[in-house]
Design a protein around this ligand. Structure first.
Ligand code: PHE
Length: 401
C-alpha cells in the first residue's frame, strides 16, 4: 500500500461492536472495538444516510441494497461503468471481509516485511486470517474465476491514527479490467502503456462524471501489486486528499491467475472520501451519525446536495504525557483511546516529543473529545480521560508523567 492509506476514523455504535481479544508477540492484548458484522456480510455505513429513520434499517444490510449517500448513489459509479463499458463490469458487494493473509497479502505480492502486514496496521483474527485491509484481497480469486471486468465493493479495516479523514472501518470499491492482446496491438502502444492510458482515461472520466470540475492531480506512487502505480488526489478543504490508488497490474498476478498473455489495470477507491468531496462533508465520523440534523439532509438528496453545516458542539481537549517504551506506537494508543471513548474522540495528536539525557523519550498527546450529537459534560470527559489513562498504563506499557 502507499504511504498514505485510504480513508478511516474512530468509532461507532456500541451495540454493533464485537469486542475481540487477540494476542501477539510484539504488543500486549488489545480489545478490538471495531464494528464487525457477525453475519460475515459487509457493513454499510451508507445505510444510515439513505433513510430518514436509520434505526429501522439494518445497520449491517449488505452494501448492495444501500449504496447511497444522500439518496445519490455511489451507484453513480456503477452507472458510469455500465454506460462506458456496455454493462460488462460484474459487481460484487457481498464478499466476506474476513480473508486469509494469503488473499490479503501474498496473492497481491505484498512483501513479507511490508508494514501493512504488521499487527500495528491490520486487524488480525488469528495468525492466518485478517479483516481485509483492502478490496484488492479479492482480485486473484475473481481473476481465477475468469472475470475480466469487475467491481468489488465492501468494508475494509485498518488500524490508524484518529482525525477527520481517518476511520478504522471504511468502504472501498475495487475495479479490475483485463485486456487481451488484440486490444493493445491495434493501438500501436505496448501493453503497459496502453493499460495505463486506458486506466487514467477511465478514472478521469469517472471523476468528471461524479464531481464536474474539481481540482485534481495524478501522483506517482508505489503499490506492491501494480506497476506503474498512481494516486488520484482531489483538492478538498485546503488540502490534497487521496481518493484512489491504481495502476497496471503486476504481470506476476496475472500469471498466477493463468492470464499470462493479458495485461490489466486495477484501482481501489475510498468511498467515504469520495462522498466527502461530493457532499462537502467535513468529517468522516459524520457517516456514523444518527443526528437528524445530518441524516435529514441526505434523505432525498441528489448528486448536487451539499452538506449544510450545523452548529458543532464544543470540543474538550485533554493532554496526557508519558514515557514511552520501545513497543509504543501511535496506532496502539489510538486503539486504546477508541476502545474507551469510541466516537467521542475526534483527534489524537502528538504535541510534544523529547528524549532526556538518560535516553528516555516522552510524548505528550492532546486528545480532542467532541460529540457530533450532544454537549459533553465535564464530569463525563474527566471520567473518560481517567479511563484512558488507566488503560494506557495497563495496555501500552508506558509510564504516565
Ligand atoms: N489496495 C490499494 C489501497 O487500498 C488501492 C489500489 C487498488 C491500488 C488497486 C492499486 C490497485 O490503498
Amino acid at each position: 500500500m502507499a504511504a498514505a492509506s485510504l480513508v478511516h476514523s474512530s468509532l461507532c455504535r456500541p451495540s454493533s461492536f464485537l469486542h475481540q481479544q487477540y494476542h501477539h508477540h510484539r504488543f500486549r492484548t488489545f480489545a478490538l472495538s471495531i464494528p464487525f458484522p457477525s453475519s460475515g456480510s459487509p457493513a454499510s455505513l451508507f445505510s444510515s444516510l439513505s433513510s430518514g429513520s436509520p434505526q429501522k434499517k439494518s445497520r449491517w444490510a449488505p452494501v448492495a441494497a444501500v449504496l447511497e449517500v444522500g439518496g445519490v448513489k455511489i451507484n453513480a459509479i456503477y452507472e458510469y461503468f455500465d454506460a462506458n463499458y456496455s454493462g460488462k463490469f460484474v459487481k460484487f458487494d457481498n464478499l466476506s471481509p474476513i480473508v486469509s493473509t494469503k488473499e490479503n497479502f501474498d496473492d497481491v505480492l505484498v512483501p513479507a516485511d511490508h508494514v501493512s502486514r504488521s499487527y500495528n496496521d491490520t486487524y488480525y483474527v488469528n495468525a492466518n486470517t485478517v479483516l481485509r485491509c483492502h478490496t484488492s484481497a479479492h482480485q486473484v480469486e475473481l481473476l481465477r474465476q475468469g472475470h475480466n471486468q469487475f467491481l468489488v465493493t465492501g468494508d475494509v479495516y485498518r488500524r490508524d491514527s484518529i482525525d477527520a479523514t481517518h476511520y478504522p472501518v471504511f468502504h472501498q470499491m475495487e475495479g479490475v479490467r483485463v485486456f487481451s492482446p488484440d486490444e493493445w496491438q491495434a493501438s500501436g502502444l505496448d501493453a503497459t502503456s496502453y493499460a495505463a492510458m486506458d486506466l487514467k482515461k477511465s478514472l478521469e472520466g469517472l471523476a468528471c462524471h461524479l464531481f464536474g470540475d474539481v481540482e485534481m492531480r495524478w501522483v506517482d506512487t508505489y503499490f506492491p501489486f501494480t506497476n506503474p502505480s498512481f494516486e488520484l488526489e482531489i483538492y478538498f478543504q485546503e488540502k490534497w486528499m487521496e481518493v484512489l490508488g491504481c495502476g497496471v497490474t503486476e504481470q506476476e498476478i496475472l500469471k498466477r491467475s493463468d492470464r499470462m498473455d493479458n495485461v490489466a489495470w486495477a484501482f481501489g477507491l475510498g468511498l467515504e472520501r469520495l462522498a466527502m468531496v461530493l457532499f462537502e462533508i467535513p468529517d468522516i465520523r459524520l457517516f456514523w451519525s444518527t443526528d437528524e440534523r445530518f441524516t435529514s439532509q441526505f434523505s432525498e438528496g441528489q448528486l448536487g446536495a451539499k452538506f449544510k453545516p450545523f452548529s458543532k458542539f464544543p470540543p474538550c481537549y485533554k493532554d496526557v504525557s508519558f514515557w514511552i517504551s520501545d513497543s509504543f506506537t501511535e496506532n496502539n494508543l489510538c486503539e486504546v483511546v477508541r476502545g474507551i471513548a469510541g466516537d467521542l474522540v475526534e483527534e489524537v495528536q502528538l504535541i510534544d516529543n523529547f528524549t532526556n539525557k538518560k535516553g528516555m523519550t516522552s510524548h505528550c498527546y492532546r486528545i480532542a473529545y467532541r460529540s457530533t450529537e450532544r454537549s459533553l459534560t465535564d464530569e463525563e470527559i474527566n471520567q473518560l480521560q481517567w479511563n484512558v489513562r488507566e488503560a494506557m498504563q495497563s495496555k501500552l506499557n508506558v509510564v504516565l508523567r
